[in-house]
Design a binder for this molecule. Structure first.
Ligand SMILES: *Cc1c(COP(=O)(O)O)cnc(C)c1O
Length: 472
């Protein structure tokens, strides 16, 4: 680094050697894993060299080799961070696609862990010693819960729809209402899935109105399937009309055509008594006579990621023998968690044991009580920090959607703790997001909003600690 003598040195010569940076960082930050330090030292210096070669000015003059320690440490920290890692969901949205949707029940986690740690009878019939069916038990439980003639499961609902379309309509035409050609978060678009499934999409109706005669007119010699898709993440109101599943089944069966519904967020438990809309109840859809219903395992079902399919024996056995089924199949950990979840529903314990249902069904008065408790804890901790003057806290009633493309337009009553501070809500939200145990909250007006609907009691201590940390 003895470049002081040069009149006009190549700035690249001022960069430290990779090896020096690596060793220095290893010495100063023994908490960072060696592999991440090595990779980060290389990456940071390579990027700097490329920028300098391109005559781009770099943010800071590389005056001292030490100046490279901080960016390299940051890069190493980012590389070494586990992904995904746990976060605290204080948004109130119980099924947040970006936050991994439904939390798993402890029993489901244990079931998956037991299977993960050793060997299992995944595809072995222990009675006969011959090859067994990996999906048999789950299919049986799905039938018991739903009354379906047959059932199957695959990797997720997008896979279930792909498999259904490819099985029932490959090279044929599938009729769908224009009002149902939806895009769901994470770039799932119905028309694109249909194309890849090898079926031809026939759009009928208009965005806001589709009538039975629109389907009738579209049916021709190449029609293979009538499909209904749940809109999931939006609701239509005003001058709208759609063809009900029952009507669609009548039309389909009059033309000897199968009818399928992509329900998206489905349940096997009737939640209407608890005030939830009936639209997600998969057994209810089956009663219309539909040939197939598919939905996600990790939305309103409150289980692991999976695509659950209920239908007629003919349709389900055709799906099972489609070679794509192998490519879209469930892995053993998910299967164990799903099997446990279904057993839990069959024993009638779902409302107590599935975290999602517990959270969805928690009475608002109980949430209010917990919001009061959180406010008190925050108030005391913030006062102890000597910041009591700068922060204001209040508890109030609010409403939050369930999320995850479930029950569009439907919101649950909830209670929140609003925090406003001099630093500003956006700054606080961003600091909380980047804290050791990240906390996700809503920002409204100038306040940070912690929603107790999704915040669990066992997370409160961590939440308070994170808030104190970012207020310091
Ligand atoms: C969520 C959803 C899907 C995709 O389900 P994944 O389980 O995420 O693959 C497909 N269709 C509808 C209508 C949905 O709501």
């Amino acid at each position: 680094m003895d470049s002081q003598g040069d009149v006009n040195p190549d700035p690249r010569r001022l960069l430290p050697a990779v090896d020096w940076l690596r060793r220095e960082l290893e010495r100063r930050r023994p908490d960072l894993p060696a592999w991440a330090v090595t990779a980060a030292a290389r990456r940071v210096l390579l990027e700097a060299r490329e920028k300098l070669a391109g005559q781009e000015s770099i943010a800071r003059e590389p005056a001292q080799p030490e100046d490279w320690l901080a960016p390299a440490a940051e890069a190493a920290g980012r590389l070494a961070a586990a992904h995904p890692r746990a976060v605290i969901n204080a948004t109130g949205v119980l099924l947040h696609t970006n936050l991994g949707r439904a939390p798993l029940a402890p029993g489901a986690i244990q079931a998956a862990a037991r299977v993960a740690a050793g060997y299992s009878n995944l595809e072995l019939d222990l009675e006969t010693g011959s090859r067994g069916n990996r999906l048999g038990a789950v299919a049986e439980k799905l039938c018991l819960l739903s009354g379906a003639e047959a059932a199957t499961a695959c990797n997720n609902n997008a896979a279930a729809l792909l498999l259904a379309l490819n099985t029932l309509a490959c090279a044929g035409e599938v009729v769908v209402s224009r009002g149902e050609l939806v895009e769901i978060g994470g770039s799932f678009r119905v028309p694109e899935i249909m194309e890849r499934a090898g079926v031809k999409l026939i759009e009928v109706g208009t965005t806001n109105r589709t009538h039975p005669r629109d389907y009738e007119r579209a049916i021709g010699p190449d029609t293979a399937l009538l499909l209904k898709v749940h809109r999931s993440n939006f609701a239509q109101s005003g001058f709208v009309s759609e063809v009900s599943l029952t009507e669609l089944v009548e039309i389909g069966h009059a033309h000897r055509l199968p009818v399928a519904e992509d329900l998206g967020s489905g349940t096997l438990l009737d939640l209407t008594k608890a005030g939830f809309p009936a639209e997600s109840f998969a057994p209810g859809c089956l009663r219309s006579g539909v040939d197939l219903v598919c939905f996600s395992g990790d939305k309103l079902m409150g289980g692991p990621q999976a695509g659950l399919v209920l239908g007629t024996e003919a349709v389900i056995s055709a799906m099972r023998s489609n070679p794509l089924a192998r490519a879209l199949r469930l892995d053993k950990l998910t299967l164990a968690a799903l099997d446990w979840t279904l057993s839990c529903m069959l024993s009638g314990n779902a409302a107590e044991e599935l975290p999602l249902l517990r959270q969805m069904l928690e009475p608002a008065v109980e949430i209010e009580r917990r919001a009061g408790a959180l406010r008190e804890r925050l108030e005391k901790a913030i006062a102890d920090l000597g910041q009591g003057e700068k922060v204001s806290l209040r508890v109030r009633a609010d409403r939050a959607p369930v999320g995850g493309g479930s029950l569009p337009g439907f919101e649950l009553d909830t209670w929140v703790v609003e925090l406003s501070a001099d630093v500003g809500a956006d700054t606080l939200a961003s600091r909380l997001r980047r804290s050791e145990l990240p906390v996700l909250a809503r920002v409204r007006d100038r306040s940070l909003v912690f929603d107790l609907r999704s915040l669990r009691d066992e997370e409160m201590t961590d939440l308070v600690a994170s808030v104190l940390h970012v207020l310091r």
